[in-house]
Design a binder for this molecule. Structure first.
Ligand SMILES: *Cc1c(COP(=O)(O)O)cnc(C)c1O
Length: 342
């Protein structure tokens, strides 16, 4: 198969470094990994392989199809969205649902499902059973591996964090759960009171800086690169791209790259994204197309068809530039990239 004209360079050492850093920050708690949405866009299979080799034992996905795609790796997986009726029959062995509602709990009991995890809502009002239902005995007799809750505001210094932590801590010893787990990436930085037995980072594994505490410790993992498809000379006064939003103020040398919004390089990069070639910085010109991007190559006049150009994608800076979240910047990266781990 011919190689793709766009690729993600993925730093496997940085991924493992980030997990080890988060594991150390988790203190005496075990550190797992959220690998839903195809490992936040990096490719879940390769991510899990690397983290399992580094010692990670607890992996979280959203859907059963995601668990099935990882089954050959023989790791412990939890499915965050729980079980629907249609998931019961052909569920892969050894994968636990995270039960989120009385309905899911009844379904799991009915199926005699065995070991499970349970999500308790402590104030986010997204997924999970209520603490009142737990107190009323909803979980009695369930074989619970991990009792979980999820923080709504861990990336902020909000009073909500403490409120959720207290509600969750009050459940200690009240259920049959072997372990308790509250913290996502940002929650790990809130301190040991948030760590319980198991932490569940996602974003920070992949280089996201969820809070200032991570700024120096967490390393970027992802680097998108695209090949030059064509060079052209644009005369002063001519325009570039859809809707002619860029007008050349002077004769301008332009390269057209094999990347566009269908690859997650969304239209909000129009007129403000940056590419790099050698040491030179090359501004995006005009609108991002579906599969194509124009850049000004004045600073790198030697750029030729077939050359590989890097897109500036440092997560905190790019989030600030575009208004996208670091989560969106990662998960938007599509299926057309060759994913090269080094
Ligand atoms: C996605 C997710 C995580 C990981 O969150 P990050 O903010 O990416 O670290 C942890 N727990 C649950 C329940 C999640 O849905």
């Amino acid at each position: 198969m011919a190689s793709s004209p766009l690729r993600l360079r993925l730093d496997g050492a940085a991924l493992v470094h980030n997990w080890k850093t988060l594991a150390a920050m988790s203190g005496s708690a075990t550190c797992g990994a959220a690998v839903k949405a195809d490992g936040y866009g990096l490719g879940a299979h390769e991510v899990v392989k690397r983290l399992a080799a580094a010692g990670c034992r607890d992996f979280f996905v959203a859907h059963w199809s995601e668990a099935r795609a990882l089954a050959d790796l023989g790791v412990t997986l939890s499915v965050l969205h729980g079980v629907r009726e249609e998931d019961i029959a052909d569920r892969p062995a050894g994968v636990r649902p995270v039960l989120n509602s009385p309905e899911q709990i009844a379904r799991w009991r009915q199926a005699d499902g065995g070991a499970c995890d349970v999500m308790v809502d402590t104030g986010m009002n997204r997924l999970g059973v209520s603490t009142a239902d737990v107190a009323a005995g909803l979980l009695e007799g369930l074989q619970i591996e991990t009792l979980m809750s999820h923080l709504a505001c861990a990336d902020e210094d909000s009073a909500m964090n403490d409120r959720q932590r207290e509600r969750f801590a009050a459940l200690a010893g009240r259920t049959t759960a072997k372990r308790m787990s509250l913290a996502n990436s940002a929650g790990i930085a809130l301190g040991s009171g948030y760590h319980f037995d198991l932490t569940r980072p996602g974003l920070a594994l992949y280089g996201g800086i969820a809070r200032a505490e991570f700024a120096t410790a967490i390393r970027q993992v992802v680097q998108p690169e695209a090949q030059v498809l064509q060079r052209r000379s644009v005369r002063a006064g001519e325009t570039v791209g859809y809707n002619a939003t860029f007008t050349a103020p002077a004769d301008t040398e332009v390269a057209i790259l094999n990347i566009g919004y269908a690859d997650g390089y969304l239209r909000c990069f129009s007129g403000k994204g940056r590419a790099r070639f050698g040491g030179a910085e090359l501004p995006v010109l005009g609108r991002v197309s579906m599969d194509l991007l124009a850049i000004d190559i004045a600073a790198a006049p030697g750029v030729a068809e077939g050359d590989w150009v890097s897109l500036s994608y440092a997560l905190p800076e790019t989030a600030a530039l575009t208004g996208l979240s670091e989560y969106e910047l990662l998960t938007a990266l599509g299926g057309r990239y060759a994913r090269l781990w080094f």
